[in-house]
Design a protein around this ligand. Structure first.
Ligand SMILES: [Zn+2]
Length: 207
């Protein structure tokens, strides 16, 4: 059965990401999963967030076949499906082209946890998935390795992706990745070479 609330949730978070300038115009994609029905609710391809309404959210099965909706699902649907398969506890997936995060994605440089804000996504370095063209099956596979021990990763020359218990929590992780990327960028610009020791995160996480 199709769940209207899930469609509304995808629209709400997609628009929020846009308002926060984590993605612009048509870039970025967002989804939630109904684990019981094995259905994914995802943003359509080629629609600006300002024109996005719950009716435009596409419902696909775990193979990417359209179950409900009149538009094409996001070209990154297979990446979302892969994320749900490798993260069985995930309820939402968010992908944006957040500016500072994408600088490091384009440089192929992981983002170390330079401030305690990284705790919001596990306190680990954000790794970079190898490059594959947007929308390709290969891109979906590139996230498997870097997301093994993390809920977030950078997509080389492209952007950033996060999974969360729900879609809002996935977006919050992207907000904090962007914040840490912003800090790290400026620390590098000021010539800083030493960063917060990783074992401090272990200490914080283990209380
Ligand atoms: Zn993208």
């Amino acid at each position: 059965m199709i769940n209207l609330e899930m469609k509304e949730e995808v629209v709400k978070i997609a628009k929020k990401a846009d308002q926060m300038e984590l993605c612009r115009h048509k870039s970025g994609n967002f989804s939630v999963i109904d684990r019981k029905e094995k259905l994914i609710y995802i943003t359509p391809s080629g629609i600006s967030r300002e024109d996005l309404t719950p009716e435009k959210i596409i419902v696909v099965d775990m193979e990417g076949n359209i179950v409900d909706g009149n538009l094409q699902p996001s070209i990154e649907t297979s990446m979302h499906i892969t994320a749900y398969k490798i993260k069985p506890e995930a309820g939402g997936v968010a992908h944006t082209h957040s500016r500072y995060s994408t600088i490091f994605a384009c440089m192929g440089k992981e983002i170390p946890p330079v401030s305690i804000e990284a705790i919001h996504y596990g306190g680990k370095p954000v790794k970079v998935a190898e490059f594959a063209p947007p929308g390709s099956k290969k891109l979906a596979q590139t996230i498997v390795e870097p997301m093994k021990e993390s809920d977030v990763c950078l997509l080389k020359y492209h952007g950033v992706i996060a999974v969360g218990e729900d879609l809002e929590k996935a977006l919050i992780k992207l907000i904090y990745v962007e914040e840490v990327a912003f800090l790290y960028y400026h620390m590098l610009a000021l010539g800083q070479k030493e960063f917060m020791p990783l074992n401090l995160f272990d200490a914080i996480l283990n209380g």
